[in-house]
Design a binder for this molecule. Sequence first.
Ligand code: MN
Length: 205
Amino acid sequence: MEKFQLMALPYAPEALGPVISKETIAFHHGKHLAGYVNNLNGLLEGSPLSGLPLEEMVLKAERLRVGDGTSGMGGMLNNAGQILNHNLYFAQFAAPKADNKPIRKLAEAIVRDFGSFEAFKVEFQKKGATLFGSGWVWLSADKDGNLVITQEPNAANPIQKGLKPLLTFDVWEHAYYLDYQNRRPDHLAALWQIVDWAVIEQRYV
Ligand code: MN
C-alpha cells in the first residue's frame, strides 16, 4: 500500500518568524501533522478508501460514516481532513512582508465581495476569533467564483460544503500557543504578514 508522506515545507523552519516561530513549526508540522499522517496510514491498512486522494477520502469517509456509522470512518475522516487542511495551510505562507496584500483577480474579487481588503481582514479575523473550540476559518470560492468566509469545526474542510478552499487560518491552540498563549486574536492579526498571495491567487483562478 502506498503511504501518505509528511509534506515538505516550502520554506526554512525559521522563515516565518517572528509571526510563527521555528519552535511552533517544529511541533505543528513535525509532530501534529506527522501524527495525523501516521494515524491515517495505520487506519488505511486494509481499508476500501486506501489509494484515494485526500479530497475524495474526506468526502467518501463522510458519506460512509453517515450511512452506516462504521467504526473507523470517523477516524479516517478526521485524520484525512487534518492532513488536507494542514497541507493547504503550510503551503500558503512565505517570509513576513510589510504591506502584504492580495493580487490580481483575487484582489478584485475581495473588493467586490467584501468592500475592501481591510473589511475582509476584519471579518476573517472575527470569524477566527469567535470560533468556539478547535477548528479553522476559511476563505473559499463557490461554483460561480463568489468568495465566502466560513468557520469549520475540528477537521472539517469547505469541500464538504461544495466550496473550493483558498486560504485558511488554523485556530487549534497547537497552532499558536507556544508563541501567543491565549492571545488568539493577536496571532490571527499577525498572520497577514506571511500569507503568500501568489499561492492563494493560483488556487482561485
Ligand atoms: Mn494544526
